[in-house]
Each structure stands twice: as C-alpha cells, then as structure tokens.
Design a protein around this ligand. Structure first.
Ligand SMILES: CCCCCC/C=C\CCCCCCCCCC(=O)SCCNC(=O)CCNC(=O)[C@H](O)C(C)(C)COP(=O)(O)OP(=O)(O)OC[C@H]1O[C@@H](n2cnc3c(N)ncnc32)[C@H](O)[C@@H]1OP(=O)(O)O
Ligand SMILES: CCCCCCCC/C=C\CCCCCCCC(=O)OC[C@@H](O)COP(=O)(O)O
Length: 271
C-alpha cells in the first residue's frame, strides 16, 4: 500500500528538484563550468591549428565559441554605445567585475585584437586555463606588486608594438556588493605608459538574477554600456590618481543608472 503512495511522490521528485531555486543555482553553475571546460577543450586544437600556439587572433575563435552560452543560462544582453568602440589602434578597456559570468558579457563586446589581464592562478583552471594562455591573456601575480607592475609595463610596450587592446578589471577582484570597489592603479598606468585611450564598459548589476549568497540563479537581462573613450595623450604618472578617480566617477554613475532599482534595494556602495 505504501509503495502505491510513493509512486506519485517519486514521479514528482524531478519536478520538485527542478523548481527548487537552490537546485537550479547549483545546476546552472556546474553546467557553466563544465560546458566552458568542454568548449575550451574543443577550441584548443582549433586555436593551435589556426595560429600555431599563443596568439591574440585565437580570441576570435574563443569569442565565436562562447557567444551562445548565454542562451543555456537564460541570459540576455543589451549593448549600447557601440560607436565608442569604433576607435582605431590600441586602447585599454576597463569594466566592473561581478562574477566569472562576466566572460559572457566580454565576449558580447570584445573587439578584434583584444585580450585580457588576469590573475596568474587562472592558468591552472584546466582547459579554460590553457585557452586563456592560447588567447594571449597576460597573467599577473597579485601577491607581488612589483612583478605585476613589470608585467604590465611590458604589456604597454607589446600593446603598441603588436597593436593589441587590453581588457582590465580595475577593481582587481570580483565584487557583487551593489557598487564598485575602489580602483587599483594598474590599468591607468598601462594606458598612460602606452599613451592610449581608455574605454570604460559598464555591466549592470547581476543582483536581480544572480545572488551568490542566497543561492539564486534565475534568467535575467544584462545591460552593457560602452562609454566614450577617455584620452590619455600627454598625461604622465602624476595624473594616474586623477584619471582613476575620473574613470571611477563616470563608471559608478553609469552603473547606478543602468542597474536601476536592483542596486538601490541592495544599498549602493559608498566608495
Ligand atoms: C572556447 C571556449 C573557452 C571558454 C573558456 C574561456 C573563456 C574565456 C577566456 C577568457 C576569460 C578570461 C577572463 C579574465 C578575467 C580575469 C579577471 C581577473 O583575473 S581580475 C584579477 C586580476 N586583475 C587585476 O588585478 C587587474 C587590476 N589590478 C591592478 O591593476 C593593480 O594595480 C596591480 C595588480 C598592478 C597592483 O596591485 P596593488 O598593489 O594591490 O594595487 P595598487 O594600489 O593599484 O598599486 C600599488 C602601487 O603601485 C603603483 N602601480 C600600479 N601599477 C603600476 C604600473 N603598471 N606601473 C607603475 N606603477 C604602478 C600604484 O600607483 C601604487 O602606487 P601609489 O604610490 O599608491 O600610487
Ligand atoms: C581542473 C581545474 C578546475 C578549475 C575550475 C575553474 C573554473 C573555471 C571554469 C569556467 C568558467 C569560465 C570562465 C573563466 C574565467 C573566470 C575569470 C574570473 O572571474 O576569475 C576571477 C578573478 O577575476 C578574480 O578573482 P577573485 O575574485 O580575486 O578570486
């Protein structure tokens, strides 16, 4: 008799699991990591065959392969300000950093010949680490500021010599506290040393669909706002702080504007 009652419960179990938001959270996260690992595994031989090894042109392959992942996660991107990316030659892109999901937004807007600055630990992330290396990502050691500075100074020279654009997260770490963390200086030294413009790209808050602490990962829509370039021609190391503060101000207002109610309800950062 008990077994008969158990049957509908057993049948309902997958449905209950599916609708449980915690389950969806873990499922989507695991899917994201596993699928990116798989994509990277497939992309590796393609990159090697196309360019023979570490080469910025591999970013085209990576961008192409990542573009559809958003559909599986129920994410939509609205991008504005495309005209600001229509700038010839090298530049530094700076954007806010909320989560590893940012990679999806980066691939929506990534211009040609653009790679990133990332923490060196990422190279150990299995096939994803290898694809980062093949895509020419510049790895820095955040624990050793002097090393990081040297690597970034070399990057400034490479940018000019090889006509490369670099994407930097000036907050230096992920942050989902409803605001922007104070900016580190590297991105601004980089742009000034290379005398190239800075193009800020602001991601709207993920707080309306992705909450790490609450274990919630719903479908959602993200606004990416590409802002007008900030020129650095003629600026020197003395101008780094002003440039950083100016960029912070512009990006923070854009972040609050495109994030709307989401951020207000979570308390904007006071920085
Ligand atoms: C095909 C399918 C594949 C699918 C899978 C793969 C998918 C995609 C692949 C791509 C994915 C990649 C995604 C990449 C995302 C990775 C994101 C990250 O890893 S974020 C973390 C790493 N990034 C950063 O940290 C960048 C920002 N950090 C900085 O720029 C920092 O300034 C620093 C690390 C250089 C130094 O840090 P710190 O000491 O903490 O900070 P400051 O206070 O800013 O600096 C101390 C003083 O040093 C001066 N300074 C800084 N930089 C320079 C410089 N370049 N030259 C000279 N001087 C410099 C600074 O002014 C400070 O001095 P002060 O006197 O106080 O002014
Ligand atoms: C076999 C090794 C398994 C390792 C698992 C690695 C999981 C990565 C897999 C898929 C995600 C794809 C996107 C990878 C890019 C993520 C970049 C990122 O967000 O790095 C964090 C860094 O910005 C800031 O680090 P902290 O916030 O300071 O910490």
């Amino acid at each position: 008799m008990d077994a008969v009652w158990m049957l509908p419960v057993l049948l309902m179990l997958p449905l209950l699991l599916w609708t449980s938001s915690t389950f969806v959270f873990y499922f989507k996260k695991c899917f994201y990591v596993a699928y990116m690992m798989l994509l990277a595994f497939i992309a590796m031989p393609i990159c090697i065959l196309k360019s023979g090894g570490r080469d910025i042109e591999n970013m085209r392959v990576i961008r192409f392969m990542v573009r559809h992942v958003k559909y599986f996660l129920g994410l939509r991107y609205q991008v504005s300000g495309w005209e600001h990316l229509q700038t010839d030659g090298p530049y530094v892109i700076i954007s806010n950093h909320q989560s590893s999901l940012d990679v999806l937004g980066m691939m929506e807007t990534l211009p040609d010949r653009c790679t990133m600055i990332a923490k060196k630990e990422l190279i150990w992330a299995g096939t994803v680490g290898m694809i980062c290396w093949l895509g020419g990502i510049v790895f820095i050691n955040r624990q050793k500021t002097s090393d990081a500075k040297n690597v970034m100074s070399d990057a400034a020279k490479t940018m000019l010599a090889d006509k490369i654009r670099l994407w930097v997260f000036p907050e230096g770490t992920r942050n989902q506290n409803g605001g922007l963390l104070p900016f580190k200086k590297g991105a601004f030294h980089l742009a000034i040393q290379a005398q190239v413009p800075i193009i800020p790209i602001v991601f709207s808050s993920y707080n309306n669909f992705y909450l790490r602490k609450e274990k919630e990962f719903k479908s959602g829509s993200i606004t990416l706002k590409i802002l007008p370039k900030i020129e650095t021609k003629g600026l020197t190391a003395d101008d780094v702080t002003t440039l950083s503060e100016q960029s912070f101000g512009i990006m923070r207002s854009a972040f609050l504007e495109i994030s709307g109610q989401t951020v207000q309800s979570n308390g904007p950062s006071t920085h």
